[in-house]
Design a protein around this ligand. Structure first.
Ligand SMILES: Cc1ncc(C[n+]2csc(CCOP(=O)(O)OP(=O)(O)O)c2C)c(N)n1
Length: 673
């Protein structure tokens, strides 16, 4: 192995050596502990340390890195104390994830390290988001993300590289090509000759280097960092290396030909570099031994402290509390007018009120939020000059510029990931799904990355995803779905679903002010068909509070979105029946107190939603009522929902599909019970 010391001083070369030896020695100790049954699982990076260490050393300490499961060297090179790291791996409360995450699936904001999710590829788009923040702030910084050879086959790899190229983001993508993805050799993983060839396809530069040569890695990445900053472009680096142990320790290496271990054993990154330093007279054999002794003592001391840590005593309240981020002190002290019941408030207030359509109220809320928050970025397909599929962002580019109102390539997963990356750098973002149906291709980022990140390692996801949803417009199975219940099942998300213009504006501003990920459902059929009196001023409608749309005495209808209008229309046609209509407005968290009060008001409950019956939120509400309000009921709870089929295109079929077509029967059933 040829080492080129370039202009590095002896001290710098020794510092690099120490950075390389530490993770190797930690791992050697871990393997002993594993054999002794003192730790449960370990993903080894032995043989690959030069990549993590070299690339971390090449970056500034405040540049974000997105490491994976073999990148211990990132954590040690960023000087994370061993005691806390050991506690993390033991699942201890004082680790980086309070015992909630395993191995390397954790991050630390003070160290600018982003915790991976098991799905690997999604990390790459987070690097795009961070790099976008650097670019917008005009900071001379890069972000760096890793992928294995296996991970390059994921759609997320493609999407992240494409977005970085199209948006000219300073991201360094590092592939660690170690020959295998679990047991799958590279010839069953891809067909191009070299993974770096993919760079050309995205219109970016790339290079393939020896990933076992620490000086080559360090020097290349330093140069690439300058390139990315100066040219404001991404770069792909393929580091050739080898995994000297099994995928994880329990899975063995039977499928790897022995010759490969011999061949790559000779290329060991630590031994070779050590030999180079000794042969150049930069360190002596004795200094090598001293370094190893020093680290051995350090590891043993920190390990002892970690093993002495107290065991976790589970506290359910704390567990639940940590699922969501709290508003910052600054945010919660901002004096935003909070309007719970706009209709009541506007008649007794100094507000200037105008009649507005649902869509105009949304636009109003979005525009005022952009004015309020300089750090708010909008992203979505066709949202810039074109104004979005529903024209909600029409004129925004002229007012706020293209940096903040961003057309995206067609890649929902990467854009949700980019939104989360922006959040790491304290930006807010609103992403527009062109249609709620397309969220399925960004699903993983939402439910696994955005939703879980605060619980896992205390980082918030300040992201709103706007979801034009619902049917009734003859748009067929993929432009009409009600998929809110996919998300109400996911702790960490908030799910908001306004039914009228006043709430649409107030809830949207509240969602943007909320530091948590909010799925914001907007019913397309209401956009231009519903109007209401909307204050011109900037205000919030509180998330998590239902409202009585109409008080009544016979039957309580618990509903939201289009259901509110169906219930109101029924009431108008049937003055002989007195409906008590509760508009939930937020589906996660549910306003249980309001639900209980609605049950108590009439004793007869009908839960109405456009979503299909089985697995809809109605089932959850029904369970809550029967479990906690049984004594208040005078009749069985009835659910009125859409047919358990995809949403059909033909307008007659669609009418038949819709819950509304069965509403009269459901009400009759309850009235006559
Ligand atoms: C989406 C997804 N599919 C499958 C897995 C299971 N899995 C974990 S690591 C791995 C292999 C990854 O190979 P590679 O990207 O080459 O990284 P390496 O482990 O070699 O460092 C697989 C299949 C996963 N974590 N995520």
């Amino acid at each position: 192995m040829q080492f080129n010391r370039t202009k590095l001083t002896d001290d710098e070369l020794v510092f690099i050596y120490r950075s390389l030896v530490l993770p190797r020695m930690i791992e050697e100790k871990m393997l002993v502990l594993l054999r002794q049954g003192k730790i449960s699982k370990w993903f080894s990076g032995i043989g690959q340390e030069a990549i993590a260490v070299g690339s971390t050393l090449a970056l500034q300490k405040d540049e974000w890195i997105m490491p994976l499961h073999r990148n211990l060297g990132v954590f040690t090179t960023r000087q994370m104390g061993l005691e806390k790291l050991f506690k993390q791996w033991q699942g201890n409360k004082d680790g980086y994830s309070k015992g909630r995450e395993r191995s390397f699936h954790f991050g630390s904001k003070p160290h600018y390290i982003c915790g991976m999710i098991s799905h690997l590829g999604p990390q790459l788009a987070l690097a795009d988001g961070v790099a976008l923040a650097y670019k917008l702030k005009k900071e001379n910084k890069v972000s760096l993300a890793y992928s294995g050879d296996g991970g390059t086959s994921e759609g997320d790899f493609h999407e992240a590289l494409n977005v970085a190229a199209v948006w000219e983001l300073p991201v360094i993508f590092v592939i660690e090509n170690n020959g295998y993805g679990l047991s799958t050799p590279v010839n069953e993983q891809y067909r191009c000759e070299s993974l770096v060839d993919k760079a050309k396809g995205y219109g970016m530069e790339g290079i393939r280097i020896d990933g076992n040569n620490i000086l080559e890695v360090y020097d290349t990445i330093r140069g690439v960092r300058d390139y990315c900053i100066n040219h404001q472009k991404p770069y792909l680096i393929e580091c050739m290396t080898f995994r000297m142990r099994g995928h994880e320790e329990a899975s063995g290496t039977k499928y790897v030909p022995k010759e490969l271990f011999e061949e790559w054993g000779k290329k060991d990154p630590v031994k070779n570099y050590e030999q180079f330093l000794i042969s150049e007279g930069i360190i002596s054999e004795m200094q090598v031994a001293e370094t190893r002794n020093e680290f051995r003592d350090y590891i043993e001391t920190e390990l002892k402290a970690a093993f002495e840590a107290e065991a976790i005593i589970p506290d359910s309240e704390e567990e639940l509390r940590d699922v969501y981020a709290k508003k910052s002190m600054v945010d919660s002290q901002r004096s935003i007018v909070n309007i719970e019941d706009t209709q009541a408030t506007i008649h007794h207030s100094p507000f200037t009120i105008h009649e507005k359509r649902f869509i105009d109220a949304l636009q109003d809320g979005l525009r005022q939020s952009m004015e309020q928050h300089e750090n708010l970025i909008l992203m979505g397909q066709d949202i810039a000059e074109y104004g979005g599929a529903f024209k909600i962002t029409e004129g925004f580019v002229d007012q706020f510029g293209k940096d903040r109102v961003r057309n995206t390539p067609l890649c929902e997963s990467a854009i949700v990931g980019t939104a989360l990356g922006l959040s790491l750098e304290n930006y807010k973002s609103v992403m527009e799904m062109q249609f709620a149906d397309f969220v399925s291709v960004g699903f993983n980022q939402i439910v696994n990355n955005l939703a879980k990140i605060h619980y896992r390692w205390g980082q918030n996801a300040d992201v709103v995803i706007r979801m034009p949803t619902g049917g009734g417009v003859g748009a067929g199975p993929f432009h009409s779905q009600s998929n809110e219940a996919w998300f109400t099942h996911v702790p960490g998300l908030k799910v908001v679903y306004p039914s009228n213009p006043q709430d649409a504006k107030g809830l949207l501003t509240a969602a943007i002010n909320d530091p948590n990920p909010v799925m914001f459902f907007e019913h397309k059929a209401l956009y231009r068909s519903v109007t209401g009196m909307v204050p011109n001023e900037y205000y919030e409608t509180p998330i998590g509070k239902a409202i009585i749309t109409k008080a009544g005495t016979d039957i309580s209808i618990i509903t939201y979105g289009a259901g509110v209008h169906w219930a109101l229309a029924f009431q108008e046609q049937h003055p002989e029946i007195s409906l008590h209509i509760l508009d939930l407005r937020t589906l996660l968290p549910l306003d249980f107190e309001a639900i209980r009060n609605a049950v108590a008001t009439t004793g007869k409950v009908l839960i109405l939603h456009e979503d299909t019956l089985t697995g809809g939120i109605g089932g959850e509400i029904s369970a809550l009522i029967s479990e906690h309000c049984f004594e208040l009921l005078d009749a069985p709870i009835i659910r009125c929902a859409s047919l358990d089929t995809p949403v059909p295109f033909n307008i007659e079929l669609e009418k038949n599909f819709m819950a509304d077509s069965r509403l009269a029967d459901s009400i009759k059933k309850l009235m006559t019970y």
